[in-house]
Design a protein around this ligand. Sequence first.
Ligand code: JB8
Length: 281
Amino acid sequence: MRVDVVTIFPEYLSPLDLSLVGKARAAGLLDLRVHDLRSWTTDRHRTVDDSPLGGGAGMVMRPDVWGLAVDDVLGLDAGADHAAGPGAGSGGVELVVPTPSGEVFTQRTAERLAGANHLVVACGRYEGIDARVAEHYRSRGVRVTELSIGDYVLNGGEVAALVVVEAVARLLPGVVGNPHSLVEESHGATGLLEYPVYTRPPQWRGHEVPEVLLSGHHARIERWRRDQALERTARRRPDLVRRLRPEELDRADRAVLGRLGWDVGPDGPEPAAPGADDTGS
Ligand code: JB8
Protein backbone atom coordinates (compact mmCIF):
# COMPACT_ATOMS: atom_id res chain seq x y z
CA MET A 1 0.00 0.00 0.00
CA ARG A 2 1.09 3.56 -0.76
CA VAL A 3 0.41 6.24 1.91
CA ASP A 4 1.17 9.95 1.54
CA VAL A 5 0.79 12.22 4.57
CA VAL A 6 0.78 15.97 3.90
CA THR A 7 1.39 18.31 6.86
CA ILE A 8 3.10 21.56 7.84
CA PHE A 9 4.86 19.55 10.60
CA PRO A 10 6.50 16.52 8.94
CA GLU A 11 8.57 15.84 12.11
CA TYR A 12 5.29 15.18 13.96
CA LEU A 13 5.00 11.93 11.96
CA SER A 14 8.45 10.62 12.99
CA PRO A 15 6.94 7.83 15.18
CA LEU A 16 6.04 6.15 11.87
CA ASP A 17 9.77 5.32 11.52
CA LEU A 18 9.51 3.09 14.60
CA SER A 19 8.18 -0.28 15.69
CA LEU A 20 5.67 -2.22 13.62
CA VAL A 21 4.99 0.52 11.07
CA GLY A 22 8.72 1.20 10.67
CA LYS A 23 9.31 -2.53 10.05
CA ALA A 24 6.45 -2.71 7.54
CA ARG A 25 8.08 0.16 5.63
CA ALA A 26 11.53 -1.47 5.78
CA ALA A 27 10.02 -4.78 4.57
CA GLY A 28 8.41 -3.04 1.57
CA LEU A 29 4.84 -3.81 2.74
CA LEU A 30 4.07 -0.11 3.16
CA ASP A 31 5.35 2.74 0.98
CA LEU A 32 4.80 5.68 3.35
CA ARG A 33 5.91 9.19 2.46
CA VAL A 34 5.52 12.33 4.57
CA HIS A 35 5.47 15.69 2.77
CA ASP A 36 5.74 19.31 3.87
CA LEU A 37 2.68 21.21 2.60
CA ARG A 38 4.82 24.35 2.34
CA SER A 39 6.79 22.79 -0.52
CA TRP A 40 3.68 23.52 -2.67
CA THR A 41 3.52 27.22 -1.72
CA THR A 42 4.49 29.74 -4.38
CA ASP A 43 4.96 32.93 -2.33
CA ARG A 44 8.06 34.25 -0.57
CA HIS A 45 6.51 33.66 2.89
CA ARG A 46 5.33 30.10 2.10
CA THR A 47 1.81 31.01 3.27
CA VAL A 48 -0.66 28.15 3.85
CA ASP A 49 -3.50 30.03 5.63
CA ASP A 50 -5.79 33.02 5.33
CA SER A 51 -8.60 34.61 7.39
CA PRO A 52 -12.04 32.95 7.43
CA LEU A 53 -14.59 34.37 4.97
CA GLY A 54 -17.65 35.49 6.90
CA GLY A 55 -15.46 36.37 9.87
CA GLY A 56 -14.60 34.53 13.03
CA ALA A 57 -11.60 33.47 15.06
CA GLY A 58 -8.43 31.88 13.75
CA MET A 59 -7.20 31.07 10.25
CA VAL A 60 -8.26 28.63 7.52
CA MET A 61 -5.95 26.61 5.27
CA ARG A 62 -5.93 27.83 1.66
CA PRO A 63 -7.51 25.57 -0.99
CA ASP A 64 -5.01 26.53 -3.72
CA VAL A 65 -1.98 25.19 -1.82
CA TRP A 66 -3.84 22.02 -0.78
CA GLY A 67 -5.01 21.51 -4.39
CA LEU A 68 -1.45 21.61 -5.75
CA ALA A 69 -0.27 19.21 -3.01
CA VAL A 70 -3.06 16.64 -3.38
CA ASP A 71 -2.97 16.73 -7.22
CA ASP A 72 0.76 16.07 -7.01
CA VAL A 73 0.66 13.14 -4.57
CA LEU A 74 -2.33 11.62 -6.44
CA GLY A 75 -0.49 11.96 -9.74
CA LEU A 76 -3.27 14.14 -11.24
CA ASP A 77 -2.52 16.78 -13.88
CA ALA A 78 -3.51 20.21 -12.57
CA GLY A 79 -6.88 21.16 -14.08
CA ALA A 80 -7.46 17.80 -15.84
CA ASP A 81 -11.17 16.95 -15.95
CA HIS A 82 -11.00 13.12 -15.99
CA ALA A 83 -12.16 11.12 -12.98
CA ALA A 84 -9.60 9.82 -10.51
CA GLY A 85 -10.91 6.24 -10.46
CA PRO A 86 -12.67 3.90 -8.03
CA GLY A 87 -12.84 4.48 -4.29
CA ALA A 88 -10.96 2.60 -1.58
CA GLY A 89 -12.11 -0.89 -0.66
CA SER A 90 -12.12 -1.63 -4.37
CA GLY A 91 -8.37 -1.13 -4.28
CA GLY A 92 -8.59 2.54 -5.22
CA VAL A 93 -7.52 5.89 -3.87
CA GLU A 94 -8.80 7.48 -0.67
CA LEU A 95 -8.32 11.01 0.69
CA VAL A 96 -8.51 11.01 4.49
CA VAL A 97 -8.99 14.36 6.22
CA PRO A 98 -8.78 14.30 10.03
CA THR A 99 -11.20 16.78 11.58
CA PRO A 100 -13.19 16.94 14.83
CA SER A 101 -16.31 17.36 12.66
CA GLY A 102 -15.74 14.09 10.77
CA GLU A 103 -17.38 10.69 11.13
CA VAL A 104 -15.96 8.61 13.95
CA PHE A 105 -12.97 6.44 13.04
CA THR A 106 -13.56 2.80 14.07
CA GLN A 107 -12.01 -0.59 13.42
CA ARG A 108 -14.53 -0.91 10.54
CA THR A 109 -13.09 2.27 8.98
CA ALA A 110 -9.56 0.90 9.40
CA GLU A 111 -10.62 -2.36 7.69
CA ARG A 112 -12.10 -0.45 4.74
CA LEU A 113 -9.05 1.82 4.37
CA ALA A 114 -6.76 -1.23 4.50
CA GLY A 115 -8.37 -2.33 1.20
CA ALA A 116 -7.18 0.81 -0.63
CA ASN A 117 -4.10 0.89 -2.86
CA HIS A 118 -3.36 4.52 -2.06
CA LEU A 119 -4.22 6.67 0.97
CA VAL A 120 -3.55 10.38 1.12
CA VAL A 121 -3.88 11.92 4.60
CA ALA A 122 -4.31 15.70 4.60
CA CYS A 123 -3.42 17.12 8.03
CA GLY A 124 -5.06 20.45 8.75
CA ARG A 125 -4.08 23.01 11.39
CA TYR A 126 -5.71 26.22 12.62
CA GLU A 127 -9.51 26.11 12.04
CA GLY A 128 -9.14 23.45 9.34
CA ILE A 129 -8.96 23.22 5.53
CA ASP A 130 -11.20 25.23 3.16
CA ALA A 131 -14.26 22.96 2.67
CA ARG A 132 -13.96 23.13 -1.13
CA VAL A 133 -10.91 20.86 -1.07
CA ALA A 134 -12.94 17.83 0.09
CA GLU A 135 -15.80 18.86 -2.24
CA HIS A 136 -13.43 19.14 -5.23
CA TYR A 137 -11.83 15.71 -4.86
CA ARG A 138 -15.21 14.05 -4.24
CA SER A 139 -16.47 15.63 -7.47
CA ARG A 140 -13.45 14.11 -9.22
CA GLY A 141 -14.28 10.57 -8.09
CA VAL A 142 -11.87 10.36 -5.16
CA ARG A 143 -13.36 8.78 -2.04
CA VAL A 144 -12.94 11.49 0.60
CA THR A 145 -13.41 10.57 4.28
CA GLU A 146 -13.42 13.26 6.94
CA LEU A 147 -12.59 11.42 10.15
CA SER A 148 -12.66 12.16 13.87
CA ILE A 149 -10.64 9.88 16.16
CA GLY A 150 -12.88 10.73 19.13
CA ASP A 151 -14.86 13.39 20.93
CA TYR A 152 -12.03 15.69 21.96
CA VAL A 153 -10.11 18.42 20.15
CA LEU A 154 -6.47 18.28 19.03
CA ASN A 155 -4.41 21.14 17.63
CA GLY A 156 -4.24 19.62 14.16
CA GLY A 157 -4.63 16.45 12.15
CA GLU A 158 -1.14 15.00 12.71
CA VAL A 159 -1.85 12.88 15.80
CA ALA A 160 -5.05 11.59 14.17
CA ALA A 161 -2.98 10.70 11.07
CA LEU A 162 -0.64 8.65 13.30
CA VAL A 163 -3.66 6.82 14.72
CA VAL A 164 -5.17 6.10 11.30
CA VAL A 165 -1.89 4.97 9.69
CA GLU A 166 -1.03 2.63 12.59
CA ALA A 167 -4.54 1.12 12.74
CA VAL A 168 -4.53 0.54 8.95
CA ALA A 169 -0.92 -0.63 8.58
CA ARG A 170 -1.29 -3.44 11.14
CA LEU A 171 -4.14 -4.90 9.02
CA LEU A 172 -1.98 -5.16 5.87
CA PRO A 173 -0.97 -8.75 5.01
CA GLY A 174 2.32 -9.69 6.68
CA VAL A 175 2.61 -6.66 9.00
CA VAL A 176 1.46 -8.41 12.22
CA GLY A 177 3.56 -11.56 12.66
CA ASN A 178 0.83 -13.78 14.11
CA PRO A 179 -2.46 -13.01 12.30
CA HIS A 180 -4.35 -14.83 15.11
CA SER A 181 -3.67 -11.81 17.34
CA LEU A 182 -5.91 -9.79 14.97
CA VAL A 183 -8.88 -12.11 15.60
CA GLU A 184 -9.65 -12.11 19.34
CA GLU A 185 -8.81 -8.51 20.16
CA SER A 186 -11.17 -5.72 21.23
CA HIS A 187 -13.30 -4.19 18.47
CA GLY A 188 -12.97 -7.31 16.34
CA ALA A 189 -15.76 -9.52 15.04
CA THR A 190 -17.08 -10.56 18.49
CA GLY A 191 -18.26 -7.00 19.19
CA LEU A 192 -16.87 -7.37 22.73
CA LEU A 193 -13.95 -5.85 24.57
CA GLU A 194 -10.96 -8.12 25.12
CA TYR A 195 -10.85 -10.30 28.26
CA PRO A 196 -8.10 -9.58 30.85
CA VAL A 197 -4.73 -11.24 30.22
CA TYR A 198 -2.04 -12.51 32.63
CA THR A 199 1.47 -13.93 32.53
CA ARG A 200 3.93 -15.32 35.11
CA PRO A 201 4.35 -15.22 38.06
CA PRO A 202 1.01 -16.69 39.21
CA GLN A 203 1.29 -14.60 42.40
CA TRP A 204 2.52 -10.99 42.22
CA ARG A 205 2.40 -8.55 45.16
CA GLY A 206 -0.32 -10.69 46.70
CA HIS A 207 -2.49 -10.68 43.54
CA GLU A 208 -3.36 -14.13 42.16
CA VAL A 209 -3.95 -15.14 38.57
CA PRO A 210 -7.50 -16.56 38.24
CA GLU A 211 -7.20 -20.28 39.00
CA VAL A 212 -9.06 -21.40 35.86
CA LEU A 213 -6.17 -20.10 33.71
CA LEU A 214 -3.79 -22.53 35.46
CA SER A 215 -6.20 -25.49 35.19
CA GLY A 216 -5.33 -26.56 31.66
CA HIS A 217 -9.08 -27.05 31.06
CA HIS A 218 -9.43 -25.46 27.64
CA ALA A 219 -13.24 -25.32 27.46
CA ARG A 220 -13.53 -23.75 30.94
CA ILE A 221 -10.86 -21.19 30.04
CA GLU A 222 -12.74 -20.24 26.87
CA ARG A 223 -16.00 -19.85 28.81
CA TRP A 224 -14.31 -17.77 31.55
CA ARG A 225 -12.75 -15.47 28.95
CA ARG A 226 -16.09 -15.02 27.21
CA ASP A 227 -17.76 -14.19 30.56
CA GLN A 228 -15.03 -11.68 31.36
CA ALA A 229 -15.34 -10.06 27.92
CA LEU A 230 -19.11 -9.76 28.35
CA GLU A 231 -18.78 -8.35 31.86
CA ARG A 232 -16.16 -5.78 30.85
CA THR A 233 -18.19 -4.71 27.87
CA ALA A 234 -21.40 -4.38 29.90
CA ARG A 235 -19.67 -2.29 32.61
CA ARG A 236 -17.51 -0.12 30.36
CA ARG A 237 -19.27 0.04 26.99
CA PRO A 238 -23.06 -0.40 27.22
CA ASP A 239 -23.23 1.14 23.71
CA LEU A 240 -21.44 -1.98 22.40
CA VAL A 241 -23.75 -4.36 24.33
CA ARG A 242 -26.79 -2.85 22.53
CA ARG A 243 -25.18 -3.72 19.19
CA LEU A 244 -24.63 -7.44 19.97
CA ARG A 245 -26.59 -9.74 17.68
CA PRO A 246 -29.00 -12.06 19.58
CA GLU A 247 -28.17 -15.08 17.38
CA GLU A 248 -24.53 -14.80 18.54
CA LEU A 249 -25.45 -14.93 22.26
CA ASP A 250 -25.72 -18.40 23.83
CA ARG A 251 -27.48 -19.33 27.10
CA ALA A 252 -24.38 -18.70 29.20
CA ASP A 253 -23.90 -15.27 27.54
CA ARG A 254 -27.53 -14.38 28.32
CA ALA A 255 -27.09 -15.47 31.94
CA VAL A 256 -24.01 -13.21 32.34
CA LEU A 257 -25.81 -10.27 30.73
CA GLY A 258 -28.89 -10.98 32.88
CA ARG A 259 -26.81 -10.67 36.10
CA LEU A 260 -25.57 -7.31 34.78
CA GLY A 261 -29.06 -6.00 34.12
CA TRP A 262 -29.58 -6.83 30.42
CA ASP A 263 -32.40 -8.76 28.77
CA VAL A 264 -31.82 -10.28 25.34
CA GLY A 265 -34.91 -9.84 23.20
CA PRO A 266 -35.46 -10.60 19.49
CA ASP A 267 -33.81 -7.24 18.59
CA GLY A 268 -30.82 -7.87 20.85
CA PRO A 269 -29.84 -6.80 24.36
CA GLU A 270 -31.73 -4.03 26.16
CA PRO A 271 -31.59 -2.86 29.76
CA ALA A 272 -33.87 -5.05 31.93
CA ALA A 273 -36.97 -3.40 33.41
CA PRO A 274 -36.20 -2.07 36.92
CA GLY A 275 -36.72 -4.85 39.48
CA ALA A 276 -36.69 -7.55 36.78
CA ASP A 277 -33.19 -8.76 37.75
CA ASP A 278 -32.31 -11.06 40.65
CA THR A 279 -29.45 -8.90 41.99
CA GLY A 280 -31.60 -6.18 43.60
CA SER A 281 -32.64 -5.88 47.27
C1 JB8 B 1 -7.34 21.66 13.02
O1 JB8 B 1 -9.28 16.99 17.07
B1 JB8 B 1 -8.85 16.58 15.83
C2 JB8 B 1 -8.39 17.62 14.81
C3 JB8 B 1 -8.27 18.96 15.18
C4 JB8 B 1 -7.89 19.86 14.19
C5 JB8 B 1 -7.62 19.47 12.89
C6 JB8 B 1 -7.73 18.13 12.55
C7 JB8 B 1 -8.12 17.21 13.51
C8 JB8 B 1 -7.28 20.61 12.16
N1 JB8 B 1 -7.71 21.22 14.24
O2 JB8 B 1 -8.96 15.23 15.47
